[in-house]
Design a protein around this ligand. Sequence first.
Ligand code: SF4
Ligand code: SF4
Length: 72
Amino acid sequence: MKVKVPVSIDAEKCIASKGCTVCVDVCPLDVLVIDVKNGVALMQYDECWYCTPCEVDCPTHAVTVEIPYLLK
Ligand code: SF4
Ligand code: SF4
């Protein structure tokens, strides 16, 4: 089953297969991991502070953080 999580990663843009771990490194909650098999970053827990460094620092703009309406 595919679950909607607040942080989505565009697998086409993600360069984790080339060694990038920026989003994993900047996340204070450690909710992002690199899926080594597929060479992309992904969200392992549905938990997020919506602090957005993962989105801002991603060199290929592959990360989208969907901030819930009530927090905007
Ligand atoms: S920072 Fe961007 S390119 Fe790097 S692993 Fe994360 S999603 Fe992929
Ligand atoms: S918005 Fe913050 S807490 Fe959420 S995944 Fe990105 S860095 Fe981690």
